[in-house]
Design a binder for this molecule. Structure first.
Ligand code: ADP
Ligand code: MG
Length: 239
């Protein structure tokens, strides 16, 4: 089980996350939704100790997640990353391997095979020698998915993987999420879509600084909950 208890984050006195608590059983595909600025990215970054929490506990399989980062893959929001550096698709994925196993083992036959398999799975092997900065948004997102796959993590966290990608990428990501779930992996996926695409998730977390609701899509996407998270106007559109 993934356990979050009372997780709070302040940025210079401004509360971005207010005592968020939830449990997720292992093997679930979980969607995190909420308006812009709701603290969705902050939540996952605080879980991973990428931003400091003012309080809170984060455990995975009964141990602090902080000590299990090797079992955890994180794909940040694409818009926040600078893609100008001249690194190839192959090396972006290989880097995850070398960080995990040390430089020497990183170039082993096994590591090479894992990278190849991951790139093939996202249909990016043919473009392996391209600089990452020259790819479309969807292709970049698939490379970062491959990097997460090559890590063979137990917990995978994706920040808005479907935002600004083409239809083909959306289908590939969607299929891989289902496969990972059927392999027993636990996935947290931030989404800013409130439509039909939410049907893929086992459960949803609706966030706006606080956790507003948790449960199935039917339980969470109600006009009351949406009004509490988004305010009146938007709630009427989606309920
Ligand atoms: P979401 O991902 O739901 O759109 P964020 O987690 O990015 O929301 O942001 C939540 C709030 O915290 C916003 O008000 C944002 O401006 C603020 N914030 C996020 N990161 C930082 C930071 N590094 N420094 C200061 N404020 C931040
Ligand atoms: Mg965000």
């Amino acid at each position: 089980m993934l356990e979050i208890q009372n997780l709070s984050v302040d940025f210079k006195g401004n509360c971005a996350l207010d005592r968020v608590s939830f449990f997720v059983p292992l093997g679930q595909l979980v969607g995190i939704i909420g308006p812009n600025g709701a603290g969705k990215s902050t939540l996952v970054q605080a879980m991973l100790h990428l931003v400091p929490a003012t309080q809170g506990v984060v455990r995975f399989k009964s141990m602090p997640l902080k000590r299990q980062l090797r079992q955890t893959a994180y794909v940040p929001q694409r818009s926040r990353v600078d893609w100008d550096y001249p690194v190839t698709v192959w090396n972006v994925v290989m880097m995850a391997q070398t960080m995990q196993t040390g430089l020497f083992k990183g170039f082993s036959q096994q590591a090479q095979q894992q990278v190849r398999a991951a790139l093939e799975r996202v249909e990016m092997y043919d473009l392996r020698d391209r600089p990452i900065g020259e790819l479309s948004g969807g292709q970049q997102q698939r490379v970062f998915l491959a990097r997460a796959l090559a890590k063979e993590a137990e917990l995978l966290i994706f920040d808005e993987p479907f935002t600004g990608v083409d239809r083909k990428t959306e289908d590939i990501i969607f299929d891989i999420f289902q496969e990972l779930r059927s392999e027993g992996k636990t996935l947290l996926v931030i989404s800013h879509d409130l439509g039909e695409s939410l049907a893929i998730y086992d459960q949803l977390l609706l966030l706006n600084k606080r956790l507003i609701a948790q449960g199935t899509r039917q339980e969470v996407v109600t006009s009351d909950n949406l009004e509490r998270a988004y305010g009146r106007g938007l709630a009427r559109v989606f309920a």
